[in-house]
Design a protein around this ligand. Sequence first.
Ligand SMILES: C[S@@+](CC[C@H](N)C(=O)[O-])C[C@H]1O[C@@H](n2cnc3c(N)ncnc32)[C@H](O)[C@@H]1O
Length: 280
Amino acid sequence: MLAYRHQFHAGNFADVFKHALLAQLVLGMTRKDKPYFHLDTHAGIGQYDLLHEWAQKNAEHKDGIARIWGRNDVPDEMQPYLDALRAENPGGTLRYYPGSPAIARRLLRAHDRMVLSELNPKDCEALAVLYARDRQVTVELADGYLALNAHLPPKERRGLIFIDSSFDRAREFKRLTDALILGNRKFATGVYALWYPLMDPASMRSFERGIVATGIRKVLQLEISVHAEDWTLGMRGCGLIVVNPPFGFDAVAQTIVAYLKPLLANGAVPPAVVRWLVPE
Ligand SMILES: C[S@@+](CC[C@H](N)C(=O)[O-])C[C@H]1O[C@@H](n2cnc3c(N)ncnc32)[C@H](O)[C@@H]1O
């Protein structure tokens, strides 16, 4: 069941896309003084060694972060993400790739709190070791969808919920939509970021219709393609649904997506998407 291990994919194009956007979402949450709660439902192991044999197997980072690392035309909007990478690689050589917990953690303030849930016992153990002495971080061996139910609404009344499922099957689209419905029912003012891979066009339209049908408002949709629409040899692109994004995030996301798209694309690809799927 839990065959997926993120170590095989660390630093790939999808990581670059989701993590550059995640860093900006966290920054947006920290703009107000009040404490905020961060929930990462599918946390992974938090730090990845790109020289590990699993990461080397398909070397997905070569078509991801390696295309960005060392460039001198990177926009300011990408810097919070790149700062996290530089912190992991102080010598300047790209070897360690920070996962979503590490990217968010370095942007938290002393009064913010983070819960990380991970269902794979080995991955969860690695994560627990990484944050063993961190009093702001709680690591739980748990199903991320149940963690949503358990932790919402947070006592802080301000929160960012990052749902980054390993997406084993197309039916995950329904779980994602259900998670959003549950989250919205328990904590309607929360900020939700849901990552998804681009699958066949019919599945994508059905996912969008499902999100619209929830009646939830203020839904931003971001997508990037790295292969043509008929590509079948792997993931052709991915997206992020963001509900209740912090003020100004849409413009920042536009810049990030516009910068990344030509660098991560392999040949001619469909246009990137930055649009309000459902406006306010
Ligand atoms: C795409 S990876 C996460 C990567 C991580 N969010 C990051 O960006 O660094 C998905 C993770 O979810 C875990 N997982 C799968 N099903 C889960 C579930 N129901 N609840 C929590 N974690 C789950 C997998 O073991 C895997 O580590």
